[in-house]
Design a binder for this molecule. Structure first.
Ligand code: MRU
Length: 360
């Protein structure tokens, strides 16, 4: 993705002893990058959500583990760093998927080779994520074309929740990748962007991305999507996901489930876009997905730019009120029209998933 005319990925190597990320806590008010030099810095960036999005935190964790191998390539270090990074966030399975892949690639290799091997494996994870996002984009584009064709030249309205664009992956995105391609080939489209309280990934990140790419969009209060669906103002929904279970249930940013219910009630197609690294074959149903409980402060406070240009954090509730803050919810497979993957689109069923991934 281009920022101020320069191509960026969301994570990139710097030599062989550091890597870079975009500090997403500063967006959209400031575009700042960070250089991470060890696994602890990678863990900190994931915990504080300087870097976020299911596929991206997998790639960042992989680079973090690779840096640790330069300091100490022993089995003990590998296990310790694996566990430290795996504990940073519980819901997105891509994090564990990437760390397992790193450990599988390193475990039976000589200690002296591990640092170089780990760096290459982290780069491969990042490159493959880009390729998967591109393929998801092409597969989702076919669906957008079909729905757009039924509109007979009228503008297509797509609703999305949270941020599943290039900032959530290494490049291109999952839910947003087909939207970018459709826009680029001239489809007249407009995106309803759920603000996505409490951290506002929609308002802060998705709107920033879409605006940068020249895609028409409007930010919605999270509660407004159902109303626009009733008004016939939403032609389809596309969201990303942090974990899909073997039966097709979908964990995604809190509030996704309510959009899926509203979409079902209004016959609006509800698609979920994901790379196969997001599928957790070990869990049968969504009820067993661990849901991250985040700080009450995310609900009780807001961050924004003041009239004088400074960025400030302010209280939005009376002192003394508590807040609950589950980061994700589970959308049952029955509410999902289709899963858009790098191998094609399938039904959100065990058979649908197996038809695309028979060997998993
Ligand atoms: O808490 P976040 O911002 O990491 O949550 C991100 C999401 O829920 C995304 O929709 C999901 O990771 C899919 S990203 C391609």
């Amino acid at each position: 993705m281009k920022i101020h005319g320069k191509h960026y990925r969301s994570v990139w190597p710097i030599g062989e002893d550091a890597f870079g990320i975009i500090d997403q806590t500063k967006l959209p008010h400031e575009f700042a990058t960070l250089t991470l030099r060890n696994a602890e810095a990678a863990a900190h960036a994931i915990v504080t959500m300087q870097t976020r999005g299911a596929p991206l935190i997998g790639a960042v964790a992989a680079y973090g583990l690779a840096l640790a191998m330069r300091e100490d390539g022993s089995d003990e270090s590998l296990s310790k760093i694996h566990d430290m990074l795996a504990e940073t966030r519980p819901t997105a399975i891509n994090l564990r998927w990437a760390l397992k892949r790193m450990c599988d690639a390193l475990r039976n290799r000589p200690r002296a080779e591990r640092a170089a091997l780990a760096w290459r494996e982290a780069a491969a994870i990042a490159d493959e994520d880009v390729a998967m996002s591109q393929a998801i984009g092409m597969n989702g584009l076919k669906i957008i074309r079909e729905i757009a064709a039924r509109k007979l030249g009228q503008k297509l309205n797509i609703l999305t929740h949270c941020n599943a664009g290039w900032l959530a992956t290494v490049d291109y995105g999952t839910a947003l990748a087909p939207i970018y391609l459709a826009h680029d080939e001239g489809t007249e489209l407009h995106v309803w962007v759920d603000e996505t309280r409490p951290r506002n990934q929609g308002a802060s990140l998705t709107a920033f991305e879409l605006g940068g790419h020249g895609v028409a969009h409007t930010i919605l209060a999270d509660n407004a999507g159902g109303h626009y669906m009733q008004q016939g103002e939403v032609d389809m929904v596309i969201v990303g996901t942090d974990r899909v279970t073997a039966n097709g249930d979908v964990a995604n940013k809190i509030g996704t489930y309510l959009k899926a219910l509203a979409a079902k009630d209004n016959d609006v197609p509800f698609y979920v876009a994901l790379p196969s690294s997001t599928i957790d074959w070990t869990i049968a149903e969504g009820r067993d997905i661990p849901i991250e409980e985040r700080s009450a402060d995310e609900v009780l406070k807001m961050t924004g730019r003041m009239a004088d240009g400074t960025v400030a954090i302010m209280d939005i509730a009376a002192p003394g009120s508590g807040a609950a803050n589950p980061g994700f919810d589970v959308t049952p497979a029955r509410l999902v029209t289709g899963l858009i993957t790098e191998r094609g689109t399938c039904a959100a069923t065990p058979e649908g998933l197996r038809s695309l991934f028979p060997k998993e």
